[in-house]
Design a protein around this ligand. Structure first.
Ligand SMILES: Nc1ncnc2c1ncn2[C@@H]1O[C@H](COP(=O)(O)OP(=O)(O)O)[C@@H](O)[C@H]1O
Ligand SMILES: Cc1cn([C@H]2C[C@H](O)[C@@H](COP(=O)(O)OP(=O)(O)O)O2)c(=O)[nH]c1=O
Length: 205
């Protein structure tokens, strides 16, 4: 079963993942992430840091996804493991339309098309949602920021995420990321357990 965790920068994904490792240890999940589960992720980070053109950036994120599926996700799912990914395809569908706005006529359709036929659809996606000002105030002022990490861009990214969730309610669980950390983690861990118990075969995209 494939579970993905999504949300804007500062929504609490990394914090949640640390706690899920403890709370779900008995299920022996494989924890992974995008970008950066393979060396292709280094190219993505470089492209983002150098502000390469948006098409190059989107295709590199996509290449990272393909390598991630091939080397990490598919082998683990084939072994019947529970896989939990910190960001996945929905990050592309939420972030890149903002970056590609004005570059392509319909960025979301283009992004969906280039995932078709090979990407694996998650069984469940937990989307952490909070007011953008709260997310920005949580970001570490000492850490170098990607250009995505500004309130104007993140507001549009979060709107895209909410539209994705509204279009696919069986898959998405929208979680209030302002709740106390432990409450967020326990709720999501409980939902993953329930899904893991009831899962039979995993559907593919
Ligand atoms: N539920 C929460 N309530 C308050 N602060 C939180 C919560 N979750 C995370 N944080 C804090 O917010 C900051 C950003 O969280 P982080 O997990 O790094 O977010 P992300 O990985 O989504 O960018 C960290 O300082 C973290 O301790
Ligand atoms: C996976 C993915 C991430 N991103 C963005 C979200 C983040 O701002 C940035 C890096 O992701 P991430 O590594 O999660 O952020 P952090 O540096 O806080 O650990 O890339 C995209 O724009 N598209 C994508 O497909």
């Amino acid at each position: 079963m494939l579970i993905t965790i999504e949300g804007i920068d500062g929504s609490g994904k990394s914090t949640l993942l640390v706690r899920l490792r403890e709370l779900l240890a008995d299920l022996d999940p494989l924890f992974t992430r995008e970008p950066g589960a393979t060396w292709v992720g280094d190219s993505v980070r470089r492209a983002v840091a150098e502000r390469m053109d948006p098409i190059t950036e989107a295709l590199l994120f996509c290449a990272d996804h393909a390598a991630h599926i091939d080397t990490v996700i598919r082998p683990a799912l084939d072994e019947g493991r529970l896989v939990i990914s910190d960001r996945y395809a929905d990050s592309r569908f939420a972030y890149q339309p903002v970056v590609l706005d004005g570059v392509l006529p319909d960025p979301l359709s283009w992004l969906r098309r280039i995932h078709e036929g090979w990407s694996i659809r998650p069984d469940r996606t937990f989307l952490l949602v909070l007011p953008v000002e709260d997310a920005v105030s949580r970001l570490d002022p000492e850490k170098k920021r990607e250009y995505f990490e500004n309130a104007g861009i993140l507001a549009r990214v979060q709107e895209n995420y909410l539209n994705l969730a509204a279009a696919d309610p069986p898959r998405f669980v929208v979680v209030d990321a302002l709740l106390e950390k432990e409450e967020v983690a326990r709720f999501i861990a409980g939902e993953i357990r329930t899904s893991a118990r009831s899962s039979r075969r995993r559907p593919r995209a």
